[in-house]
Design a protein around this ligand. Sequence first.
Ligand SMILES: Cc1ncc(COP(=O)(O)O)c(C=O)c1O
Length: 472
Amino acid sequence: MSEKRPVTLAELLPLVSTGIDDLKATYGSWDQHPSTHADPETVHAVLGELVDRLDADFPYFHPQYAGQMLKPPHPVAMAAYVATMQLNPNNHSIDASRATTAMEHEVLDQLAAMFDYPREYMGHLTSSGTTANLEALWISREIAPGKAIAHSQDAHYTHSRMGEVLGIDTMGIPTTATGRMDLDALEAELATGRIGVVVATLGTTGLGAVDPLADIIPLARRYGARIHVDTAYGGFFSIIADELDPETARHFRAIKDADSVVVDPHKHGLQPYGCGAVLFNDQSILRYYHHESPYTYFASTERHFGEIQLECSRAGASAAALWATLRVFPLTKQGLGGIVLPGYRAAQTWHGLIAESDILQPYQRPELDIITYLPRVRTMAELDRVSHAIFEMAADTTRPQQTHLATYVVKPEQLRMRGIDLAADAPAARIMRSVLMKPEHEPLIPEMHHHVSMWSRRAYAATHDGVAVPTG
Ligand SMILES: Cc1ncc(COP(=O)(O)O)c(C=O)c1O
């Protein structure tokens, strides 16, 4: 083994390109059909134009991009994806993906172990967190037809939308000042007898809040409801649970007792988009998947992923990319945990700086790596104006100076719950939000805080005819 160092896609591409060419050559050569030929000059021009057009994107790859849940995959994942894509296996059936179906089983075993799921789990990768959640909600509907879905009001919109798709009612349970599902409100809903499944989100999309799963499970069981965990964003924090607040960790450790769980390797798992996962802790649900397909499952008698998933075609390259990534960065504290933890620390550090600031104040304490904060202003309309100005100004400067942030919409009562009382001259306002999902954010936090404070002062002055920010 050699010393660790940054690896680049440029150095890995020749390896996978030549490797797959050599593999193909063992089957004998053939002529490519003229209809697939292309003029190299045109191809170069088109790809050049593509690169130019991609310049319109924000710099998701850069540590100064601290906006939404976006970052590029690891070069290992990209190289493995490119290698496999050249053969383009389809993990729908074993015959279409002998190598990558096996890899998918290996990575699923690792994901199941991360959640401490039983060895007899059932699961598969999906194209997204949305399809993974849809599948878990569909199974819940099959088990308890006619019953509703309860999720927190801060849950991802996918749950209410999928309720519509599945023809099931959904109930948005209020959240507390921590952004977590309110247990009393949940119990009141469960007591009506109409809830078939409770969705607990561990890492809400907006705030990174962690629903109190360890307390939701006994409550839901008492009323005969299933428990589904949407940890599409937060799932990989399970491997660093020891480092989190003990209360947060308690809920991550309870995932093992939930009926199903969703995690997105294309968020914190270093994968390109197109890689979600759903796991069920009980194989008896397999009976709901029964279907006939005379044209696909021909050669192998083993179970094909296509027999146990809602989707049909699915990229074998996704399984290969995740498999390769987890070989290099296993699901341990030292492996992938070493990449997830710095973002968590960055959020805690920035939160501390904001709590001491004379211009900014925290919205709430970050449980994972998403921070929310707002300028110190007096009214809702002012808040919206200044927040938007900060967002625009921080990004609208020379490229090496840019800081990309995101915003989050709140109502006066949500601020009041958190001890921030603003005149309600507008029904809602934007506050600031940052997702710190790249480990490179951590060393930049003091500088980013300095920048954002500076832009906040300027934004305040610009929206108040040059008046200085009110203190206290
Ligand atoms: C908690 C949560 N659930 C579900 C989703 C939807 O996942 P996807 O975008 O992979 O479809 C997201 C996306 O941000 C999420 O944060």
